[in-house]
Design a protein around this ligand. Sequence first.
Ligand code: ARG
Length: 464
Amino acid sequence: MAVESSSSTWSNRFEQGLNPFIERFNASIGFDIHLLQEDLDGSVAHARMLGSCGVISETEAARIIEGLQQIRQEAAAGQFNPGLADEDVHFAVERRLIELLGPLGKKLHTGRSRNDQVGTDVRLWLRRRIDDIDAALVRLEKALLGQAERHNEVLIPGYTHLQRAQPVCLAHHLLAYVQMAERDRARLADVRKRVNLCPLGAAALAGTPVPIDRRQTASELGFEGIYANSLDAVSDRDFAVEFMAAASLVLAHLSRLSEEVIFWASEEFAFVGLTDRCATGSSLMPQKKNPDVPELVRGKSGRVFGHLMGLLTMIKGLPLAYNKDFQEDKEALFDGVRTVLDCLEAMAILFEEGLEFRPQRLEAAVASDFSNATDVADYLVGKGVPFREAYQLVGGLVKTCLVENVLLRELPLERWQQVHPAFEADIFEAITPRQVVAARRSEGGTGFDQVAAQLRQMRAHLGT
Ligand code: ARG
């Protein structure tokens, strides 16, 4: 780029160049170069529309479009490297176009402003990234389903308050995260509708006297519609906040899953082993195998939550319409999107090849506690005993077991019958972990049939 100082960017009203620090402070080219493809897409559509509306001739439009495509090729070849003096990606492209086409290049910016231009670019960029995130969520869901199917007979203690509560199918536990991911997808699809509205043609803030056709550019760019109000069009960043809120929930879900993997991998639980593919060692302690992947995902959630707060704070005091504060949306979006995509991919890899469940440990865990106590009460309920009475009787039984340091299944039948005559020999079968799980046939419960149906439904839904 032949430009020395951005003072030449501005109209003749400016006499002096920018203070060099302020030039750097003001510039967004260091990061908004990310929007290059979208800026070119938007400019191609704008030029074509100017041509078909007769604002410029069709030949001029065609030559401008060729020039823009040449810039795309230069960028692909690593030959388009704008510098600070270009201020931002929009100026960089326009300047190169003028270098290539001479005075004709100066016609591109007719009937638009950087204000509607940047809004268009960011929305095009985010729309694509939402589609990438959706694909990454599906990959994670499939990795979870793969583990669920490989272990469809395996049980895991279910917890409330992180106290053992009732055994559940491991597949049921993993399917809960698949459901969260499905909500994430639905939320992002909903946000996408509002990302997919075109502000182009709002110009600086008030529209333009140039006879443009906003609907033509919007439809060429694949937008579902256009902003109804030009002031709102250039000053709306709600979509960025909404996206970051949806992204924050994705990270919150990943962070919860990470937390579980981290304690499952601890020696205290030992429900999973980490494979060498996704675990790291300690520089000092030779015995260590650390769950860095889920720890990083858990840790990175904070960045995305932070961006959400940053964006909300950025917009809260802004008068209509465009304000330079909006330039701050980009680094938040770029980092937020990269973090979500990276964390989704890392978690997918972790579940694809980074961890192995330990069925024996899990089996031993569900067999050696009182997580079948509710089922003893339910057994009595089945024999006509009112639930609250059954609940009290079983509480007494558990207390006896704790004093004698035995499990429920180790009490002989006569001890049960002393507590209530309705107990018969079938109580022992009724309180095995498998029976306890199988009995929970209510819709959405952990019963084996329910879980198998959920697995089938999810596979059909994901088309695999
Ligand atoms: N780099 C600017 C941004 O990211 C582009 C729009 C600048 N518009 C303006 N009126 N200064 O928001």
